[in-house]
Design a protein around this ligand. Structure first.
Ligand code: ADP
Ligand code: MG
Length: 374
């Protein structure tokens, strides 16, 4: 029988962190994680992701706020009593121990009986498909194999919560993709809860059940991968997740869910309203390169903007065109490499068109951030 799932198994409530008593590197962090979820903290370098993990693991104290697991505060619990598994980029396997001894170590310190340790080590070696490597030393393994051992060592004592801080950062692209697959396989097989940290958005989108997009110590949006991609909450998320054209526009008029604005030079544009406020003077219109079409025939789409072709990059499966709009803004258009990909001469005029619901109007000032006030 499946164990009953605790709603909000892990909770951060108003967590703040300063290292120097002056600046908050984590401004006001709130996050709910369900049992068994794979949650990723995604954000640029220096945005406070590792600090959040360190507070959760107990290696850094919380300046203020509470962290609860299973409804109980762990804010002042000693790290070793939190029973959290951890994997980091610089996996520190013990070099003088064999693979099997490395895996046995967390069980030994927890005083499991010898027979049980042997059984569990064999089972986890098989799970990471290194069944015949138990007697080797870490120095005799490839980088990917070592990282699989580090992963197994973090899981072998069956923690309910596992933290991973850029665990694949040191691996090359192909190995990284294999390990992404491996981690998600183990996650769905074993059912532990993961808090994963990365600055790689493709990795976050492929692996996570939910992603918290972090910037400047504040969560900008916490949502499923497709929600983040299809419905970004603000201009930062729109720009950070995937590729987006961000086009400055004027005088957004908000009409229910939609916003109408003008590009400099006159073109009127209809979009979803992202987070524009009534009466704003300007906004940013975001539309993804794959949502723009280069118009040659009937003009049936909601938005049409005059543009001048600059150049195109041949990528293989698709072609990326660069245009300059009449308002001077440069935009990219992505088109599948098929019969629809037009041939254009440098400087040639064209019309770029898109559907209103494939675009958003966002506030152009800095994002309204929760927790900006002390
Ligand atoms: P990320 O993991 O997103 O790159 P970090 O949590 O490592 O971000 O860092 C957030 C900010 O806190 C950075 O400005 C960093 O310089 C600072 N910082 C991190 N760890 C410490 C520390 N131990 N002492 C002082 N400042 C720190
Ligand atoms: Mg970090």
């Amino acid at each position: 029988m499946e164990p009953s799932r605790v709603e909000n198994f892990l909770q951060f409530v108003n967590v703040k962190k300063t290292y120097d008593q002056k600046t908050l590197v984590v401004k006001n962090f709130n996050l709910d994680v369900k049992q068994g979820e794979f949650v990723t903290l995604l954000g640029p370098s220096g945005s406070g992701k590792t600090t959040v993990l360190m507070m959760l693991a107990g290696f850094e104290n919380v300046t203020s706020g509470t962290i609860t697991v299973g409804g109980k505060s762990i804010t002042t619990t000693a790290p070793y009593k939190r029973n959290i598994g951890m994997v980091f980029q610089n996996y520190a396997l013990f070099p003088h121990m064999t693979v099997a001894e490395n895996l046995a170590y967390p069980l030994k310190v927890r005083n499991l009986p010898k027979t049980q340790i042997r059984e569990r080590v064999d089972r986890y070696l098989a799970l990471i498909e290194l069944g015949h490597f138990g007697d080797r030393h870490p120095g005799q393994l490839s980088g990917g194999q070592r990282q699989r051992v580090a992963l197994a060592r973090a899981l072998i004592f069956e923690p309910t919560l596992v933290l991973m801080d850029e665990p694949l950062g040191a691996l090359d692209k192909k190995l990284r993709e294999q390990m992404q697959f491996e981690i998600t396989r183990l996650h769905s097989q074993l059912g532990f809860t993961v808090i994963y940290v990365t600055h790689d958005q493709v990795e976050a989108l492929t692996m996570s059940s939910r992603i918290a997009v972090f910037n400047e110590g504040v969560v900008q949006q916490y949502a499923s991968p497709d929600d983040l991609y299809e419905r970004p909450a603000n201009a930062f998320v729109a720009n950070f997740i995937g590729e987006n054209n961000l086009i400055p526009a004027l005088a957004p008029e908000i009409d229910g869910k939609m916003a109408r604005s003008s590009l400099e030079g006159g073109a009127r544009i209809t979009t979803f309203n992202g987070n524009c406020l009534v009466g704003a003077q300007r906004c940013i219109v975001s539309v993804r390169p794959e949502k723009l079409t280069i118009q040659t025939d009937a003009r049936t789409l909601d938005n049409q903007v005059g543009a001048r072709f600059i150049t195109r990059h041949y990528v293989g499966d698709f072609i990326r065109y660069y245009f300059e709009l009449d308002n001077g803004c440069k935009v990219a258009v992505k088109t599948l490499n098929d019969t629809r990909a037009p041939d254009l001469a440098n400087g040639q005029s064209a019309v770029l068109a898109w559907r209103a619901e494939d675009s958003f109007a966002f506030r152009s000032d800095t994002n309204p951030v929760q927790g900006d006030t002390p």
